[in-house]
Design a binder for this molecule. Sequence first.
Ligand code: BES
Ligand code: ZN
Ligand code: ZN
Length: 498
Amino acid sequence: MEMTVSVNDNINGTLIIPMVEGTESIPDDCERGLPQSMKAQINKVLNDGDFKAKAKTTLSLVGGEDGKIILAGLGKGDSITVHDFRKAGAAVYGSIKKIHGNDFTVRFIDAGVAHMAAFAEGMMLRDYSYDNYKMKDDEEEDKATKQIRLACSEKEAGDLTSLVEKYQGVAKGVHLSRDLGNCPPNDMYPEEFADRAWEWAKQYDNVEVTIINYDQAIKAGMGGLVAVGKGSSRKPCMIIFEMNKDVKGKCPVLVGKGITFDTGGISLKPGAGMDEMKYDMGGSATVFGTMEALAQTGHKGKVVGITCMAENMPAANATRPGDVIKGLSGKTIEILNTDAEGRLVLSDGLWKAGEFNPEYIIDFATLTGACVVALGHEATGLWSNNDEFRTRIHDAGNAVDELAWPMPLLPAFEKEMTDSKIADTRNLGAGRYGGANTAAAFLKQFVPNVDYDKDGEQITWAHMDIAGTYWGAKSNTMVKNGATGVHVRTMHHLITQG
Ligand code: BES
Ligand code: ZN
Ligand code: ZN
């Protein structure tokens, strides 16, 4: 898709008109360049009640002599937000495929620049398909790039253009996260992810990628990462992304769980639905996607990303339930279930994060089925050791319509996770209940203090469990299917504006 902002009255190709519920006719200021026959057709449809403009609905009027039209519903007029515009834009883009032709003009009725840009953002986000593995279809026309013109006044053009450019950059980050998540696990393994990061960094002067390979991870004492990944022929690695490295001072550090396939290991998962465990690297894709969104939009601040990549396989040399390991932090962990592997790789990633002078650390992980039980596919679980910071992330999520719901970090859960007979900690709670909370409490033990000072204060940290939101969210209009790329937009907002 190519999107441009235009101040002239011409209608190129199919005309798209977003409208609120109850619109009875096309207002005068929307009529410029509109042939009489098209105007009459729209007004008839509206008068007859054949299109009510309910949220996320569209109506295509094709077959007329003077051109084609798509009416896009925004929902009820008195409560309309940028989120409704974004969803309407996505819904329209979803229906565009059925229309022949590649030129479209969007003309808004009395919408502010922020709302117009949100509609455009919805179109961009929905402009995604993962068809690398499908035979290409030979209809030439469908392959041509769609040209979308956003019509606006001269006064609006400058602001709208800069918002559109920003959203284009952020959408690239979301789509990168989705590409990584959707890639089948035979082709997406730790070193492949590392190669992609390495290649990606070459296009930017202000980004550096460092790969800590398997041998280096063993030498460095990354016992958690090694324990999870050693049973696979695809060896584990850790990847460090550094943006604007030379900028002085503290910076956000993002850490991602990157299990490129989670069989459960020796604590093998049941077969049904196991294919979905290719998405278990969603946390690392969120980190990589956020880096892309920031790089694309010319972010000038320092940001660090750390992704902990491993494939969790059963094997003769795999970690066993009962094994005790020691990770980067020096704490020992009794592994009671090899399927609780995300927290093990993250324990090293979180500890490593302390080296980068963090303003705060946020980790992303498809960590627990229990989080999906608690929140379904509607919200990410959000824990933090700092209430104010948790609220900031919650607010950033709300600002971009990616819900992150506050969850409790309680001493009782932490106690449950340190109650091992033979090690400092255990990777499994005492029972089934509160599984997402015990997982968060486990992670907290590996968040370093400022400067690793034994008696110092713990670094501000948040944990986001995206097990329910990284894929399978049917209510997410921005996504047709597969990986959602969730929280790239939240993080871009938090880091650049929050
Ligand atoms: N990757 C899974 C979590 C998961 C499950 C994400 C279902 C999305 C959908 C994770 O590694 C896992 O297996 N967690 C276990 C933890 C348990 C053994 C304490 C779980 O949730 O069952
Ligand atoms: Zn697992
Ligand atoms: Zn997992």
